[in-house]
Ligand binder design. Structure first.
Ligand code: PMP
Length: 303
């Protein structure tokens, strides 16, 4: 972790940013968070935060679902994030974790009449998952949390137990990650990333009503596909067996970036190599986040 963090209204050294064992969020998983990346550009010698406004807007919506009040506006939070990074001054790719949490020290899970706090820290981060060789994944035996249980569209800490179970099972079985189905048996997403497949030249991804996080990278990739590559995009339910006959497939997310998938449940995706559309989108994405695409500079916020 970088040495300066934002905690209880001010910037403090990381060793001072401590919460009590009786904190509501620790006891019941009642916090919401974001994962944001900032990319170092060797060419510009600058750090760019990728789409921070959209992340803080989503944080606000996640907070609303947990009946929490995020006092600062998304615009103010972008500024705070810039300050956090300028204090720490990283010259490498960085991951930022803002958290809104139920801060009361008490027993009892109700979301009412509780103080909400906000904190934010940053860590150095390279690839979270391989983006170069193509990964082998499996369909998980765990099901995605349902909207009427713990809503996946809110980034709620407690729901990441679901992620942790699926991810851990995949790793123990020597897969890089898992594809998680929802209770209806349709494809939801990866353990902590969205999934996009290609069939007959068209991008297909699960709709936002299929128990997924409404991913910012997913939206970015779909926009790039349409605007830059002129591809068609379809948001619709995906059957499990479509995964086995897809031409191309990849995970996308802030952490995962664009991670090509070359096999699912030991079925080759396409010919088992990274597909051409996936490669083009991946290259575009990495150009984009390092602020090399002039038409998207507004998405890269300079520190
Ligand atoms: N789904 C889940 C469950 C995630 O944790 C993430 C990572 N935030 C994503 C999808 C991808 O979302 P984004 O592109 O906004 O990071």
């Amino acid at each position: 972790m970088f040495s300066t963090v934002f905690f209880e209204g001010k910037f403090v050294p990381s060793y001072e940013a401590k919460i009590s064992v009786a904190t509501h969020a620790f006891l019941y998983g009642t916090s919401v968070f974001e994962g944001i990346r900032a990319y170092w550009s060797d060419t510009d010698k600058k750090l760019y935060i990728f789409r921070p406004l959209e992340h803080f807007q989503r944080l606000k919506l996640s907070s609303k679902i947990l009946r929490m009040e995020l006092k600062r506006s998304p615009e103010e939070l972008v500024e705070l994030c810039r300050q956090l990074l300028s204090f720490n001054n990283p010259k490498e790719d960085t991951y930022i974790r803002p958290i809104v949490y139920k801060a009361d020290l008490r027993i009892g899970p109700s979301l009412l009449n509780s103080k909400d706090e906000f904190c934010m820290f940053a860590v150095p981060m390279g690839d979270y998952i391989d983006t170069t060789k193509g990964i082998s994944v499996a369909v998980s035996s765990w099901r995605r949390v349902e909207d009427n249980a713990i809503p996946a569209r809110a980034k709620i800490a407690g729901s990441y137990v679901n992620t942790a179970l699926a991810k851990t099972d995949a790793l123990l079985s020597n897969f890089a990650d898992a594809i998680v189905l929802d209770e209806s048996g349709h494809v939801a997403e990866g353990s902590a990333m969205n999934l996009i497949m290609v069939r007959n030249g068209k991008l297909i991804t699960s709709p936002i009503t299929e128990n997924i996080l409404e991913g910012i990278t997913r939206a970015t990739i779909l926009e790039l596909a349409v605007k830059e590559l002129g591809l068609q995009v379809e948001e619709r339910s995906i059957d499990r067996t479509e995964l086995y006959i897809a031409d191309e497939m990849f995970f996308c997310g802030t952490g995962a970036q664009v991670s090509p998938i070359t096999s699912v449940d030991y079925y080759n995706v396409g010919n088992g190599q990274i597909g051409p559309i996936t490669s083009q989108l991946k290259n575009l994405y990495f150009d984009l986040v390092r602020n090399r695409l002039p038409q998207y500079v507004h998405w890269c916020v300079e520190v």
